[in-house]
Ligand binder design. Structure first.
Ligand SMILES: [Zn+2]
Length: 109
C-alpha cells in the first residue's frame, strides 16, 4: 500500500492493527487479536454516511448539514467532519461560529 492509502487506515481499538474499516473487504474480526469489530465498523460507517448526507444538504439546508456533521463528529472525530462543520456554519452565514470552527480545525492540525 502507498502512503496515501495508509492515511485512510484506522487502528483496531484493542491491538492497533490498521484496517480499512470503510472497505467491505475487511472482516469483522481483527486478524491479530480477534476482537469483534462489527460495532466499531458500523459506527465508522454511520459517521461516513452522515457526512455524505451533510455534503448533499450543504447548499439547500446548511442548518441540517451542520447538525449531521456534528453528529458525525460525535461518532468519529475526523478532520473531514471538522471541515464540514466549518462549511455548514459558513453556508448558514454564522460567521463567528465559522471562524471558531476554522480556529479549532487549525489547532487540530
Ligand atoms: Zn486487534
Amino acid at each position: 500500500m502507498d502512503s496515501d492509502t495508509d492515511d485512510l487506515l484506522l487502528p483496531c481499538p484493542v491491538c492497533g492493527r490498521r484496517y480499512d474499516f470503510l472497505s467491505d473487504t475487511e472482516g469483522a474480526t481483527c486478524d491479530r487479536c480477534e476482537a469483534d469489530l462489527d460495532l466499531y465498523q458500523a459506527t465508522l460507517n454511520k459517521a461516513r454516511k452522515l457526512l455524505d448526507v451533510a455534503a448533499i444538504k450543504l447548499r439547500d439546508d446548511p442548518a441540517q448539514s451542520l447538525l449531521l456533521a456534528e453528529r458525525s463528529r460525535r461518532l468519529h472525530a475526523t478532520e473531514e467532519a471538522r471541515r464540514m462543520i466549518m462549511l455548514g456554519t459558513l453556508c448558514g452565514r454564522d460567521y463567528q461560529a465559522a471562524l471558531a470552527a476554522w480556529k479549532l480545525n487549525c489547532q487540530a492540525g
